[in-house]
Ligand binder design. Structure first.
Ligand SMILES: *Cc1c(COP(=O)(O)O)cnc(C)c1O
Length: 226
């Protein structure tokens, strides 16, 4: 058994079954990705629609169809058509306008719905996009998005500020979890708060403590990025 396979299986065995692991595969080679799939990985998280994710999707051939592909990097509007062809879930919808842009293109891509998560800018960082962690604003956005017939809002995703100690990230996860819980009471036709995507290699334990049910893990499985 290879190291990647070993790392994935250990991680999978160490966390509860109801927490899904999205394997963050940016910059990783096809051989590395094959190894983690053979070890049982079901969710692949890619950051760049084109060319990286598109090429990998094609190279993996039949394997690709069995996987769930999640977009976890920023989605540029001019990549939406390509993203719709590959991804099963777009985790990084950062504005109502982006949701509108996606909605318009779903049918042309041969799909009925595109499942999405709303990305919360939990650190209120100026350099980042995303919904501000303000329940009123997000509720309003959900109501506005109710008229989008081709998207399905499945939950929330957050990164938290990049730098620093994972301990300091806890408060951002707590806050996002609270918003997630409150939004469960907002019933709109095309939203259902099921997925809370929080936590990376250095923060997934804290994130799970705070209610995450989807963690996005790269370096813990593959080693440091090259
Ligand atoms: C790269 C990445 C991850 C995984 O990061 P690691 O520290 O390698 O586990 C998770 N989420 C997003 C959005 C990423 O870009």
């Amino acid at each position: 058994m290879g190291k990647i396979s070993d790392n994935y299986k250990k991680l999978r065995d160490s966390i509860k079954d109801d927490v899904n692991i999205v394997v963050a595969t940016k910059t990783r080679s096809i051989n590395e990705i094959r190894e983690v799939i053979e070890a049982g990985a079901e969710y692949i998280g890619e950051n760049y629609v084109y060319p990286e994710a598109t090429e990998k999707y094609e190279e993996l051939g039949d394997m690709s169809i069995k996987l769930k592909w999640h977009l976890i990097g920023h989605l540029q509007s001019n990549k939406i058509n390509k993203a719709l062809r590959i991804f099963d879930l777009i985790q990084t919808v950062d504005s109502v306008e982006k949701a509108v842009d996606i909605d318009k293109r779903v049918e042309n891509a041969g799909k009925i719905f595109m499942p999405i998560l709303l990305e919360i800018n939990s650190g209120k960082e100026k350099a980042k996009t995303g919904f501000m962690p303000v329940i009123k604003e997000i509720k309003k956005a959900l109501i506005t998005m109710e008229e989008l017939k081709h998207i399905e809002i499945r939950g929330l995703m957050t990164m938290g500020p990049a730098e620093g100690n994972p301990k300091n990230t806890r408060k951002y996860f707590t806050q996002t979890r609270k918003i997630f819980e409150k939004l469960k009471d907002v019933t709109t036709i095309n939203s259902k708060m099921e997925i809370l995507s929080m936590g990376m290699s250095n923060s997934y334990r804290v994130a799970m403590d705070e209610g995450s049910n989807m963690v996005r893990i790269g370096s813990l499985i593959f080693g440091e990025r090259h």
